[in-house]
Design a protein around this ligand. Structure first.
Ligand code: AMP
Length: 200
């Protein structure tokens, strides 16, 4: 078992290029941050980047403020450019954990183009699965400015419609790894590390 895992393991020195996929409230952001510390690559959260831009009232922030407040998606071209620039930064050269991007099929295609231009590609896409009632409970418990119940439900609807098709997209490409997100934070991290065959 250990031998099988280690023969499958990719040396972490090569870096890892991961996408976290999961509904709002699935804990994918928490897991991205935990994994980033363990694996030594940056977690790139597009939601955090956008909220930071709104707080700093940059042109990007002013442009997306309303969309965020409504729980809708920022347009694909804007998001793809934000991610292209971010992944071009030095700390992402040997890997990254994307949290919140891609969220649509055009964004997934844009990511392939971005990585292809750098002669790299994704190593895996981790889908964190959590039942809907638990997603709503968690979202209500954490409540940010854009976390009113109505907005939470809208964001879940947007996820089902726009983002869930990515599950099939990445499954077809052999990249999808499913993880049970309905357990403790530590147990989810351990499950992901074992999926990746990275030594914990
Ligand atoms: P998150 O923290 O990932 O839930 O993102 C918060 C909000 O930022 C979302 O509800 C969207 O309005 C916006 N957002 C973040 N990432 C994306 C993306 N990849 N595409 C479109 N909108 C995004």
């Amino acid at each position: 078992m250990a031998a099988a895992a280690s023969s499958k393991a990719k040396p972490v020195s090569d870096g890892l290029r991961l996408v976290m996929l999961g509904a709002p409230g699935s804990g994918k952001g928490t897991q991205a941050a935990a994994l980033a510390g363990r694996i030594g690559v940056p977690a790139v959260s597009t939601g955090e980047m956008l909220r930071g831009a709104v707080a700093a009232a940059t042109p990007l922030g002013r442009g997306v403020e309303r969309t965020l407040a409504e729980g809708a998606l920022v347009d694909d071209a804007t998001m793809s450019e934000v991610v292209r620039v971010r992944l071009g930064e030095e700390d992402a050269a040997s890997g990254f954990i994307l949290d919140g991007f891609p969220r649509t099929l055009p964004q997934a295609a844009a990511l392939e183009t971005i990585l292809g231009a750098a002669a790299t590609r994704l190593d895996a896409v981790l889908q964190v699965e959590v039942p809907e009632h638990e997603l709503v409970r968690r979202a209500l418990a954490r409540r940010r400015a854009d976390d009113r119940e109505e907005v939470i439900r809208r964001r879940l609807g947007v996820y089902r419609k726009q983002t869930e098709p990515l599950i099939g997209y990445y499954r077809e490409r052999g990249l999808l790894r499913e993880v049970d997100g309905y357990q403790s934070v530590e147990a989810v991290t351990a499950a992901i590390l074992s999926q990746l065959a990275v030594e914990a």
